[in-house]
Design a protein around this ligand. Structure first.
Ligand code: SAM
Length: 294
């Protein structure tokens, strides 16, 4: 892992933890732009506040509010911005729920009845046998969609499950089917998700990570506990993704087969082929901890 990558990701992980756990107040004077804010004096650690402001400014993306241009950083379902002063003299950090534009929203109500039911039951059974029992495990389900993993694994208790997906529509379907798990899912893209805790198992079923780059996958896997496992399914290169095959829309596809082989063990590692998907899996060695995860 390159030093620069580790440093940048370490700074973002640190800022994310502090920003997510800070105390926020509703900005009453800005009813036309409902959001919350936190102030320096509400933070027990002055340096941590400066560091968070600095990460927002250096790692965020340029955005516009009317004519005003500013920098916003998306983390775990929110975006954060400052008023642009230098970090040591920044006094206020704002945050607002991030809404994603995700083409799956439009088709979420059809997903279970079409794309999902067209999957061969043997495919699902094959993947579930690779995943194995999740009894007693802390599980992160990336691109959880309408909750296939929960359907297949009734042993997954809400308190041990976290699902993320950038489609509100897909999560609404999941919540309707699994009301006990509704507070355990977060509308957030994998790119913007900085896990706050560690997991025994990170799963991504049927292409939830197809459009992201390998750096995003590496960042997610930081939260696998020593001895923990990960299982990630990606369309085998050149095969059409579900969305184009069943619904006629396309999502960006990034072929990261070679890098995923490396992550899974390198050498002559071959992912299992399940239907149109490669199933990559790996385990974090017992003696390998990841300092980025805090
Ligand atoms: C084909 S569906 C699979 C859903 C579920 N895992 C299953 O097996 O039924 C892909 C899901 O990944 C989600 N997704 C796609 N890109 C994502 C990203 N970058 N971050 C989070 N979720 C994403 C989509 O919104 C969609 O719900």
């Amino acid at each position: 892992m390159s030093r620069v990558w580790e440093d940048v990701q370490g700074r973002i992980f640190g800022a994310a933890r502090n920003l997510l756990n800070a105390e926020y107040v509703f900005a009453k004077t800005m009813a036309d732009n409902p959001h919350f804010y936190t102030t320096r004096r509400r933070w027990p650690d002055n340096n941590a506040f400066t560091a968070a402001a600095s990460v927002i400014q250096s790692e965020g993306e340029r955005a516009f509010y009317g004519d005003y241009n500013y920098t916003e950083l998306s983390l775990n379902g929110y975006y954060y911005w400052t008023m642009g002063a230098a970090p040591p003299v920044t006094e206020v950090i704002n945050r607002k729920r991030r809404r994603y534009e995700n083409p799956w929203d439009e088709y979420a109500h059809l997903y279970d009845a079409s794309c999902r039911d067209l999957r061969h039951p043997d495919e699902i059974a094959s993947v579930m046998s690779v995943i194995g029992s999740m009894e007693g495990l802390d599980v992160l389900d990336v691109g959880c969609g309408t909750g296939l993993l929960l359907e297949m694994a009734p042993e997954l208790m809400p308190e041990r499950y976290t699902g993320i997906d950038s489609s509100e529509g897909m999560l609404r379907e999941l919540a309707a089917k699994f009301p006990a798990h509704r507070r355990r899912v977060l509308c957030c893209s994998a790119e913007n998700f900085y896990p706050e805790c560690r997991y025994d198992l990170v799963v991504s079923m049927f292409g939830g990570l197809e459009g992201v780059d390998v750096e995003t996958v590496r960042k997610l896997l930081v939260c696998v506990k020593p001895g923990g496992r990960w299982v990630i399914m990606l369309s085998a290169a050149g095969m059409p993704a579900d969305c184009s095959q069943y619904f006629g829309f396309t999502v960006p596809y990034r072929d990261k087969t070679a890098e995923m082989r490396e992550l899974a063990g390198g050498g002559d590692y071959e992912p299992e082929l399940v239907g149109r998907y490669h199933v990559f899996c790996g385990r974090r060695p017992m003696d390998e901890d990841n300092p980025l995860a805090g």
